[in-house]
Design a protein around this ligand. Structure first.
Ligand code: PLP
Length: 413
C-alpha cells in the first residue's frame, strides 16, 4: 500500500497530492522510467533521453523483438503503403460495427493456415488477444493453472476473467498435475511457449499430456516462438485437449496486433463475447497488410534463411554466456541486484550497445538482468561488437564451465 493510501485514515488526500506522492515513491525506489527516443529505421541509430537530448550516437540496439527484421523488409513496408493508399489510415470502429477490410479476412485466413487451425481472429495487440481469450473461457467456477513466469497479459486476463487462478512453479508439471487433480470442474492450462524474460521454453509435450489427462483446455502464448517450439502431435489429434494458440503480429511479423487461432466455434465465440474485440477499433489496414506480407516472407525460403541465420546468432551468443542449447533469441544475463544490471546496461551503452536492464517488478527481486534480443538482420560486425561489450563486462563464460539445464537455461558452474 502506498504512503498516499495509508493517509486516508484522516482527511482524504486530494488527487494531485496522491499522484505526486505515488510518483515520488517510484522515484525513491530507484525505479523511475521514461521511454528514450531511438532515431533508427533498423538496428542502428542515435539514442536520445526522454527529453530529446542526445545520449549516445550510432547505437546498435539489442532491445527489439523484431526477430527477423521484417518491420523494415521492403515487401512488408510496401504492403503497408499500398494498404494505406487503398483503405486509408484508420479502420473506423469495431469490425462488428463498420465491417472488416478484406485485408483483415486475408490475414486471418493466412494465420489459420500457418497455425494449422480452422480459424483465427485478429486483435489490436497480443495483450488484447490474451485478455480476450481468458475473459471468455475462464469465467467464475473455472480453474486456471498458470505458469508463474507467464506474461503480464495472461496475468491480467486471469484477473479480468475472475477465474480461480492457481499459479504453478515455473515449468513444474508435477505441480500442474496436482493442481488439475484438485480442480472441481472445467480447467484451463495457460503458458507462454517461450518465456519473455528468460527466453526458455515450456515443455509442450508434457504440458499437453497432463492437460489432456484432466480434460483441461490448453492456451498457449506463442508470442516469442520464432524458432519454435512446435506443438506436439498430440495437440492436433482428436482425442487430445482443445488447444487455443495466441500470438502477436508485433514481434516475428514486425507489425502490430495479436491473434488467437483454434477451432471454428471457439473463434466465433471470441468474436461474439470478447470485449477487447467487440468494443475496440479493428487493427489498421496498414498493420494487417504488413503482417500478411511478413507472413508471406516467413513462409518462403527467405523466411527459412532468416530463421537459420537467427538460430546461428543465438547459438553464438548463448554459448558465450553459458547458455548452450538456448531455444530463443531472448538471451538473459542474470546479474542479481538491480544496480548491477543498470550499471551493466550503462557500460554497454558506452560501447555503443543498447541492451536493456530488466528489473523488478518485471522480474523477481534478485534476478535483475540484461535482456539481449537478437535479430536475423543483425550483422556479424554488430554481433562481434556485442560480444566484445559482454567480454568487457566479464559475463562471458568459458565453454567448459557452463551448466546447461534441459530447458537450455544456464546454471553457473
Ligand atoms: C509472451 C507475450 N505475450 C503477449 C505479449 C503482448 O503482445 P503485444 O506486444 O502484441 O501486445 C507479449 C509482449 O511483449 C509477450 O511477451
Amino acid at each position: 500500500m502506498s504512503t498516499a493510501d495509508q493517509a486516508t485514515g484522516s482527511l482524504p488526500l486530494d488527487w494531485t497530492t496522491w499522484i505526486d506522492d505515488a510518483c515520488t515513491e517510484v522515484e525513491a525506489a530507484g525505479r523511475w522510467r521514461a521511454p528514450r527516443m531511438f532515431a533508427a529505421d533498423g538496428h542502428v541509430g542515435d539514442l536520445h533521453d526522454h527529453r530529446g537530448d542526445l545520449a549516445a550516437p550510432d547505437v546498435v540496439s539489442f532491445a527489439s523483438n523484431d526477430y527477423l527484421g521484417l518491420s523494415t523488409h521492403p515487401a512488408v513496408v510496401a504492403a503497408a503503403h499500398a494498404a494505406l493508399d487503398r483503405w486509408g489510415a484508420g479502420s473506423g470502429a469495431s469490425r462488428l460495427v463498420t465491417g472488416s477490410r478484406p485485408v483483415h479476412h486475408d490475414l486471418e485466413a493466412a494465420l489459420a493456415d500457418w497455425k494449422g487451425t480452422e480459424r483465427a481472429v485478429v486483435f489490436p495487440t497480443g495483450f488484447a488477444a490474451n485478455l480476450s481469450v481468458l475473459s471468455v473461457v475462464a469465467g467464475p467456477g473455472v480453474v486456471v493453472c498458470s505458469d508463474e513466469l507467464n506474461h503480464a497479459s495472461i496475468i491480467d486476463g486471469c484477473r479480468l476473467a475472475r477465474a480461480d487462478v492457481r499459479i504453478y512453479p515455473h515449468r513444474d508439471l508435477a505441480a500442474l498435475d496436482a493442481a488439475l487433480a484438485e480442480a472441481p470442474g472445467r480447467a484451463v492450462v495457460v503458458s507462454d511457449t517461450i518465456f519473455s524474460m528468460d527466453g526458455d521454453q515450456a515443455d509442450l509435450t508434457g504440458l499437453v499430456e497432463v492437460a489432456g489427462r484432466h480434460g483441461a483446455l490448453v492456451l498457449l502464448d506463442e508470442a516469442h516462438a520464432v524458432l519454435g517450439p512446435d506443438l506436439p502431435e498430440a495437440s492436433r489429434s482428436h482425442d487430445g485437449p482443445l488447444v487455443l494458440r495466441v500470438g502477436t503480429l508485433s514481434k516475428t511479423l514486425g507489425s502490430l496486433g495479436g491473434y488467437v487461432a483454434g477451432p471454428r466455434r471457439a473463434i466465433e465465440l471470441l468474436v461474439n463475447r470478447a470485449r477487447p474485440y467487440i468494443f475496440t477499433t479493428a487493427p489498421t489496414p496498414a498493420d494487417a497488410a504488413a503482417a500478411l506480407a511478413a507472413l508471406d516472407v516467413l513462409c518462403s525460403t527467405e523466411g527459412d534463411t532468416l530463421r537459420s541465420r537467427l538460430a546461428g546468432l543465438v547459438a553464438t551468443v548463448a554459448d558465450a554466456v553459458g547458455l548452450a542449447g538456448h531455444p530463443s533469441p531472448i538471451i538473459p544475463v542474470v546479474l542479481g541486484a538491480e544496480e548491477r544490471a543498470v550499471a551493466a546496461s550503462a557500460a554497454l551503452l558506452e560501447h555503443g550497445l543498447w541492451v536493456p536492464a530488466i528489473r523488478p517488478p518485471t522480474v523477481a527481486p534478485g534476478t535483475s538482468r540484461l535482456r539481449i534480443t537478437l535479430s536475423a538482420t543483425h550483422t556479424d560486425e554488430q554481433v562481434d561488437r556485442l560480444m566484445a561489450g559482454l567480454s568487457h563486462l566479464g559475463v562471458l563464460v568459458p565453454a567448459d564451465t557452463a551448466v546447461v539445464g534441459e530447458n537450455g537455461v544456464r546454471g553457473a558452474a
